[in-house]
Design a binder for this molecule. Structure first.
Ligand SMILES: C[S@@+](CC[C@H](N)C(=O)[O-])C[C@H]1O[C@@H](n2cnc3c(N)ncnc32)[C@H](O)[C@@H]1O
Length: 334
């Protein structure tokens, strides 16, 4: 654990140089890898030896390497690739963690301390990282989308709005079970504009993208269902109540709001990944994971009523992460 920083940086460097992809493409010798990556052969050889120590490469001859089964996960084309996650961690989580003491002492966001602005504002100006982030969110959505459609029936909705819906992965999955519905993803202008090229083909059940700020107003108004998936945990109580009030303002009398979040367990060992996400929020955005009672209080403050909380079953890929997802259904009124 003490030397964990070195392992993370070795993996981030391997990802930034696409070492695993070059080795998989047959560039297995130091000289060939140096030519592919633009690195100096001497230092690169010493770096590659460390990847052997770490267990992601194996030495197959003098100055020659191959990927171990674990090293395969660094390939960008592996179905469970860690490539983009490592690029993001290297650029965002790693530098942010340097302000951990500040965050723990004050409750202020480590990210803002290091980068001088909030995470989502920073991502607006870094399109590569913003798209990686949207892709990582979409991967995680894949683990729970089927489970969400099993616990909630979308068959009677005409209009569904996914607030902060990212690249539309969740709404696409929902629209497959609700062919009658129109689906709108409401997200930041920078993200929504990037989706303009997506085909607005009704047969492919593509959602529409609307750009805006959920702290100003949520559009369109009057939908049957509003979704906040993995959103409230990004924000402190005051900000969360502001988002929920804006949802409430957009809702009709009989609209439903579905909050999809990881619920904080009573015992830490029940969902260690949820505990880890809670700590990430402390550092990155100033948000938090919450208990069921904490959700009920936020909802009350925003003029909404919690009607049910149902656990979401994750698929085999999602289940490996040991998170504690639930769908909280809410209606207007206290
Ligand atoms: C943690 S991601 C969640 C993505 C997706 N809903 C999911 O289930 O994984 C947070 C999303 O909120 C969006 N977002 C952040 N600030 C926003 C704002 N002020 N208005 C609208 N969307 C915002 C981000 O662009 C991002 O897509």
């Amino acid at each position: 654990m003490v030397g964990g920083f070195a392992a993370t940086q070795l993996l981030v460097t391997a990802a930034r140089l696409s070492i695993a992809d070059h080795v998989a493409a047959g560039h297995t010798e130091v000289e060939a890898l140096a030519a592919q990556t633009g690195a100096a052969p001497g230092p690169l050889g010493r770096f590659l030896r460390m990847l052997v120590v770490l267990g992601v490469l194996r030495q197959s001859g003098a100055g020659r390497f191959e990927l171990t089964p674990m090293g395969q996960f660094l390939r960008a084309d592996h179905p469970d690739t860690q490539h983009e996650r490592l690029i993001f961690i290297g650029a965002v989580n790693y530098p942010t963690a340097q302000a951990s003491v500040h965050a723990v002492k004050t409750g202020e966001k480590a990210f803002d301390q290091v980068f001088g602005m909030p995470l989502f504002d920073y991502l607006d100006g870094e399109p590569q990282l913003r798209d990686i982030f949207a892709g990582l969110m979409s991967d995680s959505v894949e683990g729970r989308a089927e489970g969400i459609c099993r616990v909630h029936d979308f068959a009677d909705a005409s209009l569904i709005v996914d607030v902060g819906g990212g690249d539309g992965s969740l709404l696409r999955a929902i629209l497959r079970t609700a062919p009658q519905a129109r689906g709108v993803v409401f997200d930041r202008q920078s993200l929504a504009s990037g989706q303009d090229g997506a085909p607005a083909d009704a047969a492919a059940r593509e959602p529409e993208f609307v750009g805006g700020d959920m702290f100003a107003a949520i559009a369109p108004a009057g939908a049957d269902i509003y979704i906040l998936s993995n959103i409230i945990h990004d924000w402190n109580d005051e900000e969360s109540i502001a988002i929920l009030r804006n949802c409430r303002a957009a809702m009709k009398k009989d609209s439903r709001l579905l909050i999809i979040e990881e619920i904080l367990p009573t015992r830490i060992e029940q969902a260690p990944a949820t505990i880890a996400n809670d700590y990430s929020m402390l550092l990155l955005t100033g948000g938090r994971q919450r208990t069921r009672q904490e959700f009920a209080q936020l909802l009350k403050a925003a003029g909404l009523r919690l009607s049910t909380v149902r656990p979401i079953e994750l698929n085999a890929r999602g289940a490996r992460r040991r998170e504690n997802w639930a769908l909280v259904e809410c209606r207007p009124g206290r």
